[in-house]
Write a protein that binds this ligand. Structure first.
Ligand code: GLN
Length: 234
């Protein structure tokens, strides 16, 4: 509405993101696209602020935020209790959860029980890593962490690791795009994604994100963005 105060109007912010986390952020013809990018750009436009998006990698983006090298992070970042000690989160904008995937031609792993004595791949600092670490002793597997999604997936395809733990919408998008993996277990309950700022910092940016998000949900643009990346599937 025309009379809604715009908390961040005229301001400029730097926002860190992951390098590859399709369909939330990835490169298409050299350009960063995805649900997170479209949401953030539309919210910025709606609220009259500008963003400088930095494609840093997931863990690097969180570290940059913590040391105030960026003003915010949008990276399919799960709102967890642990992170809420360090960061302030926006309203949730996507419900996620962790799932395991294996190479398409792997018929030996159909559940966590089959991971005994094997290695699984995760991305550093993610909920997928936390989940894998939380069950590795029970099932007797080891965990290797990579900074980038591509390295993590390559390790599974080359057989270094027998499985990967990642967010289910990302696995599902990748599998539909023909990345050579398949899922064999149900997804685990997980957290929702939120936009983050450093705790107590940039409250006007957070407020503007929330106002803009509510506006996009009202005017149908939120659904359009989701459909653009999720209905297409690949
Ligand atoms: N949602 C997961 C997390 O916050 C993974 C995010 C990512 O890899 N970009 O830990």
């Amino acid at each position: 509405a025309a009379d809604t105060p715009k908390a961040a109007e005229g301001e400029s912010f730097s926002v860190g993101t992951d390098t590859t986390f399709a369909p939330f952020e990835f490169r298409q013809d050299g350009e960063l696209v995805g649900i997170d990018m479209d949401l953030l750009n539309s919210i910025a436009e709606e609220e009259g602020f500008t963003v400088d998006i930095r494609s840093l990698g997931f863990d690097a983006a969180l570290q940059a935020l913590q040391s105030n090298q960026v003003d915010g992070v949008i990276a399919g970042m799960s709102i967890t209790e642990e992170r809420q000690k360090t960061f302030d989160f926006s309203d949730p904008y996507f419900e996620s959860g962790i799932q395991m995937a294996v190479a398409e031609n792997n018929d030996e792993i159909s559940g966590y029980d089959d991971l005994a004595g094997k290695r699984v791949a995760v991305k550093t600092g993610t909920e997928g890593q936390t989940f894998a670490e939380s069950i590795k002793d029970e099932y007797g597997f080891s965990v290797v962490a990579f900074a980038q999604s591509a390295q993590m997936y390559d390790d599974v395809k080359s057989g270094g690791s027998v499985a990967v733990f990642d967010d289910y919408p990302v696995l599902s998008y990748g599998i539909k795009s023909g990345n050579g993996l398949k899922t064999v277990t149900e997804k685990e309950a997980g957290s929702s994604y939120g936009f983050a700022v450093n705790k107590g910092t940039n409250p006007e940016l957070l407020a503007a994100f929330n106002t803009g998000l509510a506006e996009l949900k009202d005017n149908g643009e939120y659904d359009e963005i989701m459909d653009r990346y999720l209905e297409a599937g690949a």
